[in-house]
Design a protein. Structure first.
Lengths: 108, 108
């Protein structure tokens, strides 16, 4: 996908989160994630091999890091760098509107 | 800058475009660009050593590629991949509001 609009063709109310790869090289993968109220299942954590720079561009979400007490609320424009193997989970995403993320997964 | 909000601390009506590096590795540089009506000077072209995946997130802009007859109008969410050495210029950016871009410069 060489050009397009990130805010178009957003599936509405999808049962699962939708991941779309926008760009991929040996060093990184850039993807769009569309959430429709989904969250990481209770008791589960993401533990990723790659670093992830992620920005929320639409909607809202609650992001939790292992060892932290408070859930961080992400609003449009908020970005965060999640180092590889930093365990985290998405506590919630907006139940009313779709939540759109742009994620850059990479190795050093 | 490990976390923040891409839409905050936007300089308003700056004389020059403002470039902020968000993330940099040996393989890529991720940067925010804020334009306030600037354009590439007449007769000049960008000719870059790296590929650039760029998305416009706020405002509007006109992007021209060498050899093409029409200026492409970019609106929020529009992204485009500009291969290295593909000559291009920004014909105009929104004169009323700031224009915000997220650019990923990379080598294969």
């Amino acid at each position: 996908m060489k050009e397009g609009n990130l805010f178009s063709e957003i599936p509405d109310g999808a049962v699962k989160e939708v991941f779309t790869t926008l760009l991929k090289t040996g060093a990184f993968t850039l993807e769009r994630i569309v959430s429709s109220g989904q969250a990481t299942p209770p008791g589960q954590w993401w533990d990723q091999e790659t670093h992830e720079w992620v920005i929320l561009l639409k909607g809202r979400a609650g992001l939790m890091f292992e060892g932290e007490e408070e859930v961080r609320t992400l609003q449009p424009g908020d970005f965060v760098l999640i180092p590889a193997h930093r365990k985290h989970r998405v506590e919630w995403t907006d139940a009313v509107q779709t939540t759109l993320w742009l994620a850059l997964h990479y190795r050093e």
